[in-house]
Write a protein that binds this ligand. Sequence first.
Ligand code: HEM
Length: 511
Amino acid sequence: MGSLGHANPSFPVLDDTRPDDRSLPAFMVSTTRGFLPRMDPIETLPPDFDVLESILQRMPVKTLSGEPGLLAHGKLGETVAKELPDLTDAVEKYKDDLPLMNALYRDYSFLASAYLLEPCHERFVRGEGYGLARDVLPANIARPIAKCAALCNFKPFMEYAGSYALFNYRLADPSQGLASHNLRLIRAFERGLDPASSEAGFVLVHIEMVKHSGPLVAGAVACIDACSSRHHSSAAPSPRARLNEALRTVLGALQKVNATMETMWSRSRPTEYTSFRTFIFGITSQSMFPRGVLYEGVFSSDSEGESGKSGNENGQRVSFRGESGANDSMIPLVDNLLTVPMPDTPLTEILRDFRSYRPGEHRRFLEWVGRAAEEGGLKSWALGLEGSEEENEDDHQDEKRETRALWIKVLDQVRDFRWRHWCFAREYILKRTSHPTATGGSPIVTWLPNQLAAVMDEMTRLYGAVGEKEGEGLGSEVEAIMDLVGRQREMLRKEVRKFCEERGVEGAVPV
Ligand code: HEM
């Protein structure tokens, strides 16, 4: 396994993702593909799964040929009952091929979500509320999904990385790689097999953003490395010079991520989001699943338990959060690297709960970065905060001023991401539906502002602490950033208050 030769060796970040190695999980962390899977996702299943493949191809509201599919006619439930055998033994046969297990996990999770939420989709297109979903997952879906999810270390329900988004693309022409025009979805619920559709645009923009995460990973590791070598490195470039270079790398990657995010407005129309969104809701905190879901043939009292379960007389009913970009790893990586404090609210508890819906290696990497930054004192060293050993250091004043400016600029990219995100929530969701919870089960009005306000407050606090320390300040660019932060903070406060009043949301409003 490759590791960063120059970096803290305690976390195995790959340089070479070994795309042909089927013994490693599909999702690891690399300096080249960042948080994307090690290889392009597997598209074709072995012939043992031909029936599954056939159902999935016939499933979307609009199939690849353009004909209406099973979900357009409300026929998925009966097709699953009539045609699909329990293929758990076939899953077992391929269990050592982890990327294939990931592909099967993706495919069964698409089928599970479509099966459970089909009745809600039917009501939604008739202009009614979602009503109740199916709350029993039959054994021919429940047993194989439980098996391949366990082998890949996912929950047995659709997740963002392992299934819906990051393991769900194919290259129209393999020689053209990950170019935007060359990406297609493998699976879709609604019209997503058409690359010009809003469903495809929504998913593909996520993938195209994560495409830029390699330098983000490399930059983050290099920040940790510079910090941990600060006491015993006399070689040039100095640890602070290396830190600044690493922060520039992080900044450059985030700028690309944010520029790609901005393309969402044209690639996925705000008016069309709610029609494919029905299928990506989770079970946790959703009115469609008041009693959770019974997975037939699994989670019975004599089988292994799962987090999120809640017992009932007929066996174990379980509950999982739905897929959500909240399980993406890029922004949490920067939160951890810069040790951004989150408020002590129930909303932050949800942020923590989302952590368990990431691929194992992503989760471990984020934990490692958070711990290394905190225990190594990265923030106070970098910024020369009160009490740090560099507070009174005379050397490197220009370099230290540059670190401070870069730190604020990186935070500003996180703010930019979260602000745009709040605008997405407003335009794609809040203006179109009164359903109170997002697909991941967080409260739709207050949750995103909880983190957006936290990052703006951190910027204000740090700028207050270090912005004016030297006579020259941190430059006009940072001043303009902080001006904007002041104005946006006030706008956010007003908007959240307005939506809370309109929707009768009470309780802790974070802003
Ligand atoms: C139309 C576009 C989008 C909409 C409507 C949207 C909606 C949401 C909502 C409602 C949440 C709250 C969590 C939950 O699901 O319960 C969320 C969280 C999140 N989403 Fe999105 N999202 C969009 C695009 C994206 C994209 C392209 C990314 C890129 C990776 C992304 C990444 C995230 C992240 C990181 C969070 C957690 C935010 C935080 O920590 O403050 N989202 N999203």
